[in-house]
Design a protein around this ligand. Structure first.
Ligand SMILES: NC(=O)c1ccc[n+]([C@@H]2O[C@H](COP(=O)([O-])OP(=O)(O)OC[C@H]3O[C@@H](n4cnc5c(N)ncnc54)[C@H](O)[C@@H]3O)[C@@H](O)[C@H]2O)c1
Ligand SMILES: [Zn+2]
Length: 651
């Protein structure tokens, strides 16, 4: 047996352990899943070849030792991993003559929930498979986890908590502390394991049940029927279909077609035996049960040439490296750029202009650099900020991740992000103010602080001659700016870009303190007294207004605006307290958002998915076989048209 092999195995174990610690405990990854899987496969092959499995080998373990302030809980049954394949043929032969249930393999954080007497009593993360963390307080704020269920016996269910891409983008946008998250899973892990459950509430974490482990006295033996039953109990559940060996190929193809439209990340599929008792009788290996198998996407890869690394400046001051390469086709679209995330990864990939890169799409959606085949390591790391020319700095995080930052507080790039946020639809809603326009206005020196948007006319003659402008487009922009003067206070507060203060938080705060005067002076205790505002948010808020510069900018801005009183929520209305889900297109209201706003103004709630808590599903097409219609019918939730809704609301 070659010593080389043993040494390599040691090295691989160390690397994999370090990666797993980062992956499970910090939410900051040091390698892509694909790289991890390659190293893991190499280790497994060496173990087979040598017949040696080193003590503590990663192939014998699940997850990673948990290291947080959360309470540790031992699982009653071990939470194992799943065997994996990339071949559809293997799935077929694995299933043989049996019936299977094929579903998304959701890419988030696995949870085990326990119910007794109809209420949620405990929610625990998978952790290292034997010991997880108690996140019950947070679970109460996760969409798809019912607080109460009709079933009153002891019930244990497993599922995945995860974040939709759109929520990921929304939340990540507001994360200011220089540690933006790389993907929805990282952010989900960070959120669910956060000690402040209000943060969980704000971030729209979703839970999808994927396995009913037990429900005392409930004897159903079909895996898929058990999930159907969970749905009736009010859970969100993973989407899946029943299959036989013959149908697998088509089913996998259907899933693959749907993946690019997915609202949530999935890193493959899971095939379970539908006969639960038979599946359990097969037992398990040291690290995986035998009643299921995972199918990982056989990601397409393509080789291309690196032409440039763009250091895109963000409003946090981070300079984020983006690889720009010759166009390649991947999963049906043309790709020319991929984020390289941070300086550590730039170094690890040994990037240089002209290098040959292999590109793939993580979860078939987000372009990533898999490897650098020529690894010239010749890339020059910019010593000055590409936007303001200040000297750049390298920062090293507690997890040893290096990032490049522009330390100049007045760097226009920071303001561009801030201004982009300011003009957004949810904020000041300056229609047509694009990033390109903001960049021009900032670099010409016309916009230095928020109020400057309201004085563009001072520069009119210089603006109309700029490239891409003209009398007409100037006028359009000026009109949009004028229209935005009349606004609500909570929009202004949100537009200020206070770290972590999202649209919802600013609404809550202004609901309680409806004048600008009060807003400037709020203290932590006053803020945390508001239901929905936690310590973290309150701290960020107070810190923001403690800065004289921010205060001045806020006051200067307000002097330009005409604040309308926020529409008071009508708690007396006929729909107050009712929960609605809206799906499909609408024609009475301008769009779904308008209808949603109407519901909220009248004291109702507009939820994203149908559950036992839903009072009505608003859908003009109640005949279609859409998932929402189906669920509503199963749960007995009435499906109403917009007209019927209007009548109900006396609108
Ligand atoms: N990037 C990194 O540094 C790094 C480090 C460690 C692990 N990883 C990734 O994690 C993988 C191994 O981790 P693992 O053991 O956590 O997961 P796994 O890939 O083996 O998947 C099994 C798990 O998927 C979950 N799951 C999601 N949807 C499901 C469904 N519909 N039905 C059943 N289970 C479902 C369950 O928790 C299950 O235990 C690696 O292959 C790698 O991709 C990456
Ligand atoms: Zn700069």
């Amino acid at each position: 047996m070659a010593n080389n092999d043993i040494n390599r195995m040691k090295e691989l174990n160390e690397l994999l352990a370090k990666a797993s610690d980062a992956y499970y405990n910090t939410g900051v990854e040091i390698m892509s899943d694909k790289q991890y899987d390659q190293l893991y496969d190499e280790l497994e092959a060496l173990e087979k070849k040598t017949g040696v499995i080193l003590s503590g080998s990663r192939t014998q373990q699940v997850g990673y030792e948990v290291s947080s302030g959360l309470q540790k809980i031992r699982h009653t049954t071990k939470m194992l991993s799943l065997d994996k394949t990339k071949s559809v043929d293997e799935l077929k032969s694995w299933l043989g003559e049996h019936e299977g249930f094929l579903s998304w393999k959701l890419d988030g954080l696995t949870l085990v929930l326990t119910y007794d007497g109809g209420t949620l009593t405990q929610a625990v993360t998978r952790g290292n498979g034997e010991i997880g963390e108690d996140i019950t307080a947070n679970a109460r704020h996760i969409i798809g986890i019912p607080a109460r269920i009709p079933f009153t016996g002891h019930l244990v269910v497993r599922g995945e908590s995860l974040m939709k891409y759109k929520d990921f983008e929304r939340v990540n946008e507001e994360i200011e502390d220089g540690s933006k998250y790389k993907n929805p899973r990282n952010l989900c892990v960070g959120t669910v394991r956060n000690l402040d459950s209000r943060v969980t509430a704000e971030r729209n974490i979703n839970f999808f049940a994927f396995n009913l482990v037990s429900a005392d006295g409930f004897e159903e033996n079909s895996f898929s029927a058990r999930l159907g039953w969970l749905e009736q109990q009010g859970f969100q559940r993973v989407y899946g279909v029943k299959v036989t060996a013959d149908g697998i190929e088509k089913a996998v193809a259907d899933f693959e077609k749907a993946v690019s439209e997915n609202e949530f990340p999935s890193d493959g599929l899971v095939l379970m035996l539908d006969d639960v008792a038979y599946g359990l009788s097969l037992g398990e290996t040291s690290h995986a049960p035998r009643n299921g198998i995972a199918f990982k996407w056989r990601d397409e890869t393509a080789d291309t040439v690196l032409r440039e690394v763009e250091w895109s400046a963000s409003r946090t001051g981070l300079l984020n490296p983006v690889a720009i390469f010759d166009p390649v086709e991947l999963e049906g679209t043309t790709v020319t750029r991929a984020s390289v995330h941070n300086l550590s990864i730039v170094k690890q990939l040994r990037l240089g202009i002209g290098d040959t890169l292999t590109i793939f799409k993580a979860n078939m959606i987000i372009p990533q650099v898999l490897e650098n085949k020529t690894a010239s390591a010749s890339l020059e790391i910019p010593s000055v900020c590409p936007v303001c020319g200040a000297s750049t700095e390298v920062r090293t995080s507690d997890e040893d991740v290096e990032t490049l930052v522009c330390p100049n507080k007045d760097c226009a790039a920071k303001h561009i992000g801030k201004f982009e946020h300011f003009v957004q639809r949810d904020a000041m809603n300056i229609v047509g103010m694009s990033t390109a326009t903001i960049e021009t206005l900032v670099s010409e020196g016309f916009v230095r602080e928020f109020r400057d948007f309201y004085h563009l006319d001072d520069h009119k003659f210089r603006i109309v001659v700029l490239e891409g402008f003209g009398e007409k487009s100037y006028q359009k922009l000026a009109d949009a700016v004028e229209a935005s003067r009349k606004t609500e206070l909570s929009r202004v507060l949100y537009a200020m870009g206070i770290p972590n203060i999202g649209r919802q938080a600013s609404r809550l705060i202004c609901g309680m303190y409806p004048t600008a005067d009060e807003l400037e002076k709020l203290m932590v205790t006053e803020l945390t007294a508001i239901d929905g505002i936690g310590e973290v948010l309150a701290g960020d808020y107070v810190k923001f207004f403690a800065d004289e510069k921010h205060l001045t900018e806020f006051r200067n801005l307000l002097a330009e605006l005409e604040i309308e009183e926020a529409v008071a929520v009508n708690t007396e209305s006929a729909i107050a307290g009712k929960t609605f889900v809206i799906t499909g297109s609408v024609h009475i209201w301008k769009n779904r958002n308008e209808l949603k706003a109407f519901i909220e103004q009248n004291g109702g709630k507009a939820a994203g998915s149908v559950s036992s808590k839903t009072d009505y599903l608003i859908n003009n097409d109640n005949t279609s076989n859409s998932a929402k219609n189906k669920t509503a019918k199963e749960l007995g939730v009435p499906i109403i048209t917009e007209e019927e809704f209007r009548e109900l609301a006396n609108a």
